[in-house]
Design a protein. Structure first.
Length: 215
């Protein structure tokens, strides 16, 4: 019988992708346990989602630390008390230091609201609209020291319409995020997904540059 994998989820806000993973576990679509949810902001709804599901909900406020490195070290120590098999970044709005990322290399995932390598960083929906893009979307990738630069596992595309606002486009992308993140987490937890030599592999096969099912 496979061993249930332990997950720590890091958030900074509403936690909609956290909820999607919680729901997938409850529906037996994902053989895993979220052992803790950690936020750098105390007053966010994602922590309420965790408490409602009887998951340890922890606040570690980055503003109480003198440097990025000191915060990341405290965060690492907090995470490691739970001995996670996987760390999931679900809207965690912090740039992580190289030492922190290296510590979790190959077992930390992030979801980014663009079709990487396009639009790394912030304001991705605005940038896609301003560029006149006809498609946009979300990417899930392994986390490496390069910001939003780790190997892509999967992307989901959505159309961009001329009348779209940032909020409308963001909502369309978020619907796709909630579908693909639990899927990728399930691949990892069933040991189908791995990172080797800075490349993503599914079922032993190297994934293409833009991830699984790239057209």
């Amino acid at each position: 019988m496979p061993v249930v994998k332990n997950i720590v989820v890091l958030i900074s806000g509403n936690g909609s992708n956290l909820q999607a993973i919680i729901d997938a576990i409850a529906a037996d679509k994902l053989d895993a346990k979220i052992v803790a949810v950690i936020s750098n902001n105390a007053d966010v709804y994602g922590l309420t989602r965790a408490k409602t599901s009887n998951i340890d909900a922890i606040t570690l406020d980055h503003r109480l630390y003198p440097s990025r490195e000191s915060y990341d070290e405290a965060l690492r120590q907090q995470i490691d008390t739970f001995s996670p098999d996987l760390v999931v970044l679900a809207g965690f709005m912090r740039i992580l230091s190289e030492d922190f990322v290296t510590h979790y290399q190959g077992r930390m995932l992030n979801i980014h609201p663009s079709l990487l390598p396009k639009y790394k960083g912030l304001h991705t929906h605005r940038r896609a609209i301003e560029a006149g893009d006809t498609e946009h979307g979300a990417s899930i990738h392994f986390v490496t020291p390069e910001l939003d630069g780790g190997p892509v596992i999967i992307q989901s595309k959505v159309p961009v319409f001329t009348e779209d606002s940032e909020d409308v486009l963001a909502s369309r992308v978020q619907m796709q995020e909630r579908n693909i993140y639990p899927l990728v987490v399930s691949w990892f937890c069933s040991e189908r997904l791995k990172m080797k030599n800075n490349k993503a592999y599914l079922d032993g096969n190297e994934l293409p540059l833009f991830g699984y099912a790239d057209e």
